[in-house]
Write a protein that binds this ligand. Structure first.
Ligand SMILES: [Zn+2]
Ligand SMILES: [Zn+2]
Length: 263
């Protein structure tokens, strides 16, 4: 059985657990040491069950707790060379022997799980989405992406569970407090995915077998969980897919664990 949940999601911190048979890995380490332990314990897990930390990119909301987790728990770190170069100055001294370098498109293993990193457009050194395959099924994690092209879509399609970014509602962003520059960055090809773009992409994912959707990395200022859910459901309604029957939809929480998904 695959088990997965978001420990944290959004610009204040990101960390997603994916495991099978009680052991697993985390994607990103944007979480304090204390919250990490509490969030694992809430689901009957402990750090010695975590066999790897996989990093998508070096932005602080994805690596803020990495130094602490590596020093305290000595979990192996899977990271690309360029992402490591951007991360190292932010996290303090760590044991270099924990580092395993990865590359986009080259599969690697963490415990019993097999992973492939897929390059995505975002304003970081070497940002990646990940497809994680276990014996019982697969999970994809795709946040911090300016737009979803057909290559990324092809690579992640067929995942039963998908964490997909629904960063902002276009109307809220347009009328919100951000400067014109920042709005442009968020909307740009190397920024973040809107609810509308997320919904449009989900049409393809649901057609190709995704049944568990977790909307992730929602903006605090330019989105609301209800608006993201309504927008995405509206898109999926266009192909006759119904929430609860054809797919389940959840929104990852910003400051707390999201419900565990099992299949
Ligand atoms: Zn982020
Ligand atoms: Zn980012």
């Amino acid at each position: 059985m695959i088990e997965s949940y978001a420990l944290r999601s959004g610009s204040s911190g990101n960390c997603i657990y994916v495991g099978e048979k009680g052991r697993g890995l985390i994607i990103d380490a944007g979480i304090t040491g204390k919250a990490f332990l509490a969030s694992l314990a809430a689901n009957g897990l402990s750090p010695d069950r975590i066999e790897g930390i996989v990093i998508t990119h070096e932005h602080i909301d994805h690596v803020s707790g990495l130094g602490v987790l590596l020093r305290r728990h000595r979990i192996p770190l899977y990271i690309s060379e360029d992402t490591w170069l951007g991360t190292a100055p932010k996290i303090g001294e760590v044991d270099q022997s924990l580092i395993r370098l990865i590359e986009p498109g080259v599969p690697f293993e963490v415990g019993a799980l097999s992973l492939t990193g897929i390059s995505v457009p975002h304003d970081a050194a070497d940002p990646m989405a990940f497809k994680i395959e276990g014996e019982c099924g697969n999970v994809s994690v795709c946040t911090d992406i300016g737009y979803l092209d057909s290559k990324v879509l092809e690579s992640l399609a067929g995942s039963r569970l998908l964490y997909l970014e629904a960063n902002y509602d276009d109307f809220m962003l347009a009328n919100g407090p951000y400067s014109r520059m920042l709005k442009k960055r968020i909307r740009g090809h190397y920024g973040h995915l809107s609810n509308e773009a997320c919904g449009e992409a989900l049409i393809e994912f649901v057609k190709r077998g995704t049944t568990e959707i977790v909307l992730s990395h929602l903006s605090q200022d330019n989105n609301l969980p209800q608006i993201a859910e309504r927008t995405v459901n509206g898109f999926l309604d266009m192909i006759g897919a119904k929430e609860g029957t054809d797919y389940r939809l959840n929104v990852a929480r910003r400051y707390d664990c999201s419900p565990m998904c099992r299949f």
